[in-house]
Design a protein around this ligand. Sequence first.
Ligand code: PAN
Ligand code: ZN
Length: 203
Amino acid sequence: MLLAAHLLTRFDPHTGTIPGVGESVRRLSELAGYFADEAAYGAALSKGDPIVYATSGAEPAAGAGDLHYALARLMPGRIGGEYYMTKGHYHAWRPAAEVYVGLSGSGAMLLEDEAGEESSLVPLEANSIVYVPGATAHRTINTGATPLVYLGVYPAAAGHDYGAIATRNFRSVVVEVNGQPTLLDRREYLAALGQGAGAYRHP
Ligand code: PAN
Ligand code: ZN
């Protein structure tokens, strides 16, 4: 049955908001343990608890062939050298892929396979589409000076598994080096920060 109310959604591509739909907000305090530089994280939090990102989801239907989608607005900023980013996750149903469409701002997606052997940094900005294959951990990073706004579309059955990333994080970090977004091995970055490999929780 076609339910007209579910067929059309208008949104603001500069704010990533859907008029009349509430946002789910992630503040800096909810990202404890995600940023590599613990001293910089503590210092930033002592000054305030800003919104790092906000999402507005739509779940029109939940049948086997249905799709869900979410708009997100990721704010610009850094913790130490590391750019503001999302928590990142696998889909609970591992085969579920996702399509990301960049709407405004500029950033990148950090993608990692589950075996922990491959990391890719793929640009995400207006007029770009990133395909996230199944069984791939995905995190969005804002490398620009304005909010990064994007749309993600995924199977209704995907589900979100945050546990693996919350426990061991991504193997790579994206940090600003000489003004450029740079993909570095987490272990090496932690060593350079003087935090040692003890703070690196990937097996
Ligand atoms: C996106 C993400 C969004 C927020 O809609 O949910 O970027 O990131 P986290 O969920 O990692 O906090 C998506 O990938 N949905 O599947
Ligand atoms: Zn996802």
